[in-house]
Design a protein around this ligand. Structure first.
Ligand SMILES: Nc1ncnc2c1ncn2[C@@H]1O[C@H](COP(=O)(O)OP(=O)(O)O)[C@@H](O)[C@H]1O
Ligand SMILES: [Mg+2]
Length: 337
């Protein structure tokens, strides 16, 4: 019996119909309830697509899932898939130790070390908060003076997870392109005065600073998603006059856009990391793929138009497919072994 935490617009929208259609026994549970462990009585696994923008999830989703896993229960996402989710600082160390070719990241925990580094570094660099999605907390630091300002803030008043002005500008950009409505823009205006709950709950980002080597000349990034022995990919174009693709909404899907070697590399990385679901964001340094970020979770609509997928032997399988069903099947397999 599977337990599924049901949330609208999360993987559970697809997990539940998949289980129903395939006669897979499941029940829905409420992870927010104090008696969640009791609710899980008789279940072999818990699936919960928790979210970085949910104020409750960020408080305890990881600890709950890790606790269950340590006590012997199968979970999705499991520890290897989940601990680094929405944590680019953690990912820096993982990429370095696991020998994963990534855009080099520099993290400092004192102002002095950060300023020393800036005095010797070349610019531009990319500044990131450890958390955030859709490029919301990713910025270019064009010169040392900007980097110093960022350092002063990181070791001063800190950063909000939610950059209200940037967010409003992004909503306006999407509105002008016909990709969102006036209501969404109005929401952005209201958010200037009332930040979202998750930003309040997570508090200020401070006490560390993260820069990454800027990889120039990319008019897109490529995201490859590996789930078990299958993978699919999307190509995301950068915003106009910007270097950032993620969250921009301009996505291409044709199979020809993706080199087999990149798909093979992605399978190889997941062999090292042993995750259940790994979305890899790649930029290219003169053609050489470098990881900038990994994630177990993503918003589903961006992938639905994918025309097919690859298996580990790099064979292409044309036609629609259900990666959320793969997740369920992989969890069932893990229960059986
Ligand atoms: N080091 C880098 N060099 C060049 N472009 C980058 C770099 N890091 C990120 N980007 C671009 O910025 C976008 C957002 O960065 P990412 O780290 O993936 O943050 P997010 O979590 O918001 O998706 C990426 O989709 C990519 O287009
Ligand atoms: Mg990204």
């Amino acid at each position: 019996m599977l337990a599924i935490h049901q949330v609208k617009n999360s993987f559970s929208d697809r997990w539940i119909p998949y289980c129903e259609a395939n006669g897979i026994p499941f029940k829905t549970v409420n992870c927010y309830a104090n008696d969640i462990v009791a609710q899980l009585q008789g279940c072999d696994a818990l699936l919960w697509h928790h979210h970085q923008g949910n104020p409750k999830d960020i408080v305890f989703a990881k600890p709950l899932l890790f606790a269950l896993e340590q006590a012997g229960m199968k979970v999705f996402p499991n520890f290897n898939s989940n601990w680094h989710f929405d944590d680019k600082v953690g990912q820096k160390y993982l990429f370095e130790k696991a020998g994963i070719e990534a855009a080099e990241a520099f993290v400092f925990y004192t102002k002095k070390e950060a300023l020393d580094w800036i005095s010797k570094a070349s610019f531009p660099k990319v500044f990131k908060l450890r958390g955030g999605a859709g490029s919301s907390n990713v910025k270019l630091a064009p010169d040392a003076a900007t980097a110093v300002k960022l350092v002063n803030k990181a070791f001063g008043i800190g950063f909000s997870q939610y950059q209200a002005m940037d967010n409003l500008k992004e909503r306006l950009r999407k509105y002008r392109k016909g990709k969102t409505d006036a209501k969404d823009v109005l929401k952005g205006v209201i958010r200037l005065a009332a930040p979202p709950a998750y930003a309040k709950v997570s508090g200020k980002e401070m006490g560390y600073i993260y820069f990454q080597e800027f990889i120039p000349g990319n008019d897109h990034d490529i995201r490859v998603v590996v789930i078990g022995d299958k993978a699919y990919a999307i190509k995301r174009m950068v915003r106009e006059n910007d270097f950032r693709a993620s969250g921009g909404g301009d996505i291409l899907y044709a199979k020809e856009l993706f080199d087999d070697s990149l798909i093979g590399l992605s399978f190889g990385i997941n062999e090292k990391l042993k995750t259940q679901c790994l979305a890899l964001d790649f930029v290219f340094d003169k053609g050489r793929p470098l990881v900038v970020e990994i994630s177990f979770g993503f918003s589903m609509a961006g992938y639905d138009p994918c025309p097919g997928y690859w298996t580990k032997d790099l064979q292409w399988h044309q036609g629609s497919f259900n990666p959320y069903g793969w997740m369920v099947e992989d969890v069932l397999k893990s229960i059986a072994t």
